[in-house]
Design a protein around this ligand. Structure first.
Ligand SMILES: O=C(O)CCC(=O)C(=O)O
Ligand SMILES: [Fe+2]
Length: 319
């Protein structure tokens, strides 16, 4: 592969692969692209089949974690939400309360309580060890889990987004669709020593992303943030960002980022890619063109024919 390097604020050099330099690498990449096209073509049906099988054969270990309760949330997070819903809330006022801007427009704050993180991971491990089918979140993760297939969307992720996250994103990212988020794709990622260790540099299929560190114990595995995806690599400055268990990092989906390798332990993170159909209907964030809509199931990729009607959602035919 052709490789470029990014230097982080802490002096670390991160290698970024830019493309193929040999015929066999090219063939390998082409094979992966074909497999991915195939996967996406059958995705809706397969995902619905997996969800139905999970419902039929899987018995949760901790039934309560599927239903969002205020007691799962960190008191500091609830205070931020309370501030945002007050009539005189401003972006500056919220940023003063959050305190940590880990990188430009990347905010860190507590989201969950420790006990919830422990129960949630136990539930995920129990599911992982079961015979139930597992849909992986995207091409970058081999061990993550799609939360909608497990039944987390209606009772957990949607209320978390609408009631608690939306007030924050509306103030922090109104210029990136943060005030009109109307769908999401939620999943967990897992890194362990004999599994995936890191995540390469990428942008998300999202307007705003929340990434919460759930545990368990691990060393290293920091995130790094570059610039928005439109900025060339040669002009990019990179910032390494620590991620602490129970805390969330909120960032723009098009802000390039990656995860450095862990050096021991297991690292689980909850990732919520939040979408605003009003933004993405104009320009698909993945192909950079006006989307050509293809009817899909569930929240799909968050495009709509009519932003006032989110009952039918669409994908972009090119992505
Ligand atoms: O591993 C992480 O913390 C980052 C995950 C991520 O960026 C993603 O899945 O989009
Ligand atoms: Fe990401």
């Amino acid at each position: 592969m052709c490789v470029s390097s990014l230097r982080t604020s802490s002096g670390r050099t991160i290698k970024i692969s830019l493309g193929c330099v040999s015929e066999s690498q090219f063939r390998d990449v082409l094979g992966k692209i074909h497999a991915e096209i195939e996967r996406r073509q059958h995705y809706i049906l397969k995902s619905a089949e997996r969800a139905a099988t999970i419902k039929e054969i899987y018995t949760p270990l901790h039934q309560h974690v599927y239903y969002l309760q205020e007691s799962f949330l960190a008191p500091e997070f609830l205070q931020l939400v309370k501030y945002c819903t007050s009539t005189d809330a401003t972006m500056e006022g919220l940023m003063n309360l959050i305190q940590t801007e880990a990188a430009p427009r990347v905010f860190r704050f507590p989201v969950f309580r420790k006990e919830f993180c422990k129960d949630f991971i136990e539930e995920l491990e129990h599911f992982e060890q079961s015979d139930a089918p597992k849909g992986r979140p995207n091409t970058m993760n081999n061990y993550g889990i799609l939360l909608n297939e497990l039944g987390f969307d209606e009772t957990f992720i949607t209320p978390l987004r609408e009631v608690y996250l939306h007030p924050l994103t509306a103030l922090l990212y109104s210029d990136y669709g943060g005030s009109c988020l109307d769908s999401h794709k939620a999943f967990v990622v897992k890194y362990a020593m004999r599994e995936d260790l890191d995540l390469s540099y990428h942008y998300d299929n999202a307007e705003v992303t929340l990434n919460v560190s759930l545990g368990k114990d691990f060393t290293e595995g920091n995130l790094f943030f570059g610039d928005m995806r439109q900025v060339p690599l040669s002009e990019t400055e990179c910032v390494e960002v620590e991620h602490h268990v129970t805390e969330g990092l909120l960032h723009r989906g098009q802000h390039m980022h990656g995860a450095l390798p862990i050096s021991s332990g297991t690292r689980w993170n909850l990732i919520i890619w939040m979408r605003a159909s009003r933004e993405r209907n104009k320009l698909c964030p993945m192909c950079g063109k006006r989307p050509t809509l293809v009817e899909s199931g569930g929240f799909s990729d968050g495009f709509t024919m009519d932003p006032d009607d989110t009952s039918s959602t669409f994908s972009c035919s090119l992505t």
